[in-house]
Design a protein around this ligand. Structure first.
Ligand code: MTE
Ligand code: MO
Length: 338
C-alpha cells in the first residue's frame, strides 16, 4: 500500500481489522516465546529498566481465552529489527516503548506506570463524539475497528522533556472519524478528554492535577492526515501504559498533545484548555509544535536523547514533518504561539 506521505512508510503487511484482532493473542504469545531474547538483547538501554516482556506476555495471555491458530507469516514482526522510519532510524524496541512512558494518571515515574495498570479496565470502552456536529455518536471500540480499518504508521515521538522514540503505531486518521460525525460550519477546534477513574488510576487520587487530562487541536490540525487515533503498536493492541484502548498521536507536536485513553471528543468553537497549559501556561502552550529554535523556559529544545542511543541528536523542525505540516502555520509567529 502506498503512503500518501513521503515521510510515512506503510508496511505492506496488509493489516486488516480481523488480522489485528486475531493476531492480538498470538502476538502476545509469540512475544513470550520467541520475542524475549531478541527484545531483551535490544534493550541494552542505559538507564532503562529491563522488565522482561515475557512476564508481561504471560500475564496478558492469562486473562485471554485460547487463540485460534494463526500462521506466523500473517503476523506483524514482533521485533524492530527491520522497522525504520522514513529517515532510516530504527523503531525503538518494544520493551522500551512500553516501559518508559508518561502517564500521570498512574504515576509520574515513567518506568513505574506499567506495574500500576492492573486495575485499569479498557474493555468495554466507549468514545463519545459530540458538540458542534450534525451526527453525534458514541462509538464502541468494536465500532471504531470496523468503521476505520487500522493501518501502520511509523512515527517519531518527541517528548517536551527532550527524549524521543520511534513507534510503529496501528491506527486510523482522526479525519475519518470527524467526517463520520459531520462537524458543523461553526466548529473550529477539537477537544479531547481522558477517562476519569481514580479507583483504577492511582495517580488521579493524587492532588495537584486538574483531572481529567484534556487536550485540544485546531480543526485543520485534527483533520491532517498525519493525525491518527491509535489502537495499537507493534501490530498488537495498545498496552494500558501507552494509552489503551485508544489514544491520539500527533507526531509533529510534543508528546503531551498525544492524549491517552480517550473517552470524549468534542467539536467546539473556542481554543480548548489543556491540562498542561492550565498547570503551567508559560511552559506549555496550546500549539506545542516541536521546534528546536524555541526553548522551553527551563531547557533547550535544540536537541534530544533518542532512547537506546548514546549521545544526543539535533531536534528537527516539526519533528521532521515540516514538509507535511508547515503550511498549517504559514504567517504565524511560532515563538508567540508556542
Ligand atoms: N492522559 C494522558 N495522556 C498523555 C500523558 C499523560 O500523562 N496522561 N502523557 C503525555 C506525554 S508527556 C507523552 S511524552 C506521551 C507519551 O506517550 P508514550 O508513553 O506512549 O510514549 O503521552 C502523552 N499523553
Ligand atoms: Mo512528554
Amino acid at each position: 500500500m502506498a503512503s500518501p506521505h513521503r515521510s510515512v512508510p506503510v508496511r505492506p503487511s496488509e493489516i486488516t481489522p480481523e488480522h489485528v484482532y486475531r493476531s492480538r493473542r498470538e502476538f502476545l504469545r509469540r512475544m513470550g516465546i520467541v520475542g524475549a531474547g531478541a527484545v531483551l538483547a535490544a534493550c541494552a538501554t542505559p538507564g532503562l529498566g529491563a522488565t522482561n516482556p515475557a512476564d508481561q506476555a504471560a500475564s496478558s495471555t492469562a486473562v485471554l481465552p485460547t487463540a485460534p491458530p494463526v500462521s506466523p507469516t500473517q503476523l506483524p514482526a514482533p521485533t524492530p529489527a527491520n522497522l525504520t522510519d522514513e529517515l532510516g532510524d530504527p523503531a525503538t524496541p518494544y520493551a522500551t516503548v512500553t516501559n518508559y512512558v508518561n502517564f500521570y494518571e498512574f504515576t509520574t515515574a515513567k518506568e513505574g506506570v506499567a506495574a500500576l495498570t492492573g486495575d485499569f479496565k479498557t474493555n468495554p470502552w466507549q468514545v463519545e463524539v459530540s458538540g458542534l456536529v450534525h451526527r453525534p455518536r458514541t462509538f464502541g471500540l468494536e465500532d471504531l475497528e470496523k468503521l476505520f480499518p487500522p493501518v501502520e504508521r511509523i512515527y517519531r515521538m518527541r517528548c517536551v522533556e527532550a527524549w524521543s522514540t520511534v513507534i510503529p503505531w496501528l491506527g486510523f486518521p482522526l479525519s475519518q472519524l470527524l467526517k463520520a460525525v459531520e462537524p458543523t460550519g461553526a466548529a473550529t477546534h477539537v477537544r479531547f478528554e481522558t477517562v476519569y477513574r481514580p479507583d483504577e488510576m492511582p495517580g488521579q487520587r493524587a492532588a495537584g492535577y486538574p483531572w481529567p487530562y484534556q487536550e485540544g487541536l485546531r480543526l485543520d490540525e485534527a483533520m491532517h492526515d498525519l493525525t491518527i487515533l491509535a489502537t495499537g503498536l507493534y501490530g498488537a493492541p495498545l498496552p494500558a501504559q501507552n494509552g489503551a484502548p485508544v489514544r491520539l498521536v500527533v507526531p509533529w507536536k510534543y508528546g503531551f498533545k498525544s492524549i491517552k485513553s480517550i473517552v470524549k471528543i468534542e467539536l467546539v468553537d473556542y481554543q480548548p484548555a489543556t491540562l498542561w497549559s492550565t498547570l503551567a501556561p508559560h511552559e506549555y502552550g496550546f500549539y506545542a509544535n516541536v521546534n528546536p529554535d524555541v526553548s522551553h523556559p527551563r531547557w533547550s529544545q535544540a536537541n534530544e536523547r533518542r532512547l537506546g542511543e548514546s549521545g544526543r541528536r539535533p531536534t528537527l523542525m516539526f519533528n521532521g514533518y515540516a514538509d507535511e505540516v508547515a503550511a498549517l502555520y504559514a504567517g504565524m509567529d511560532l515563538r508567540a504561539n508556542y
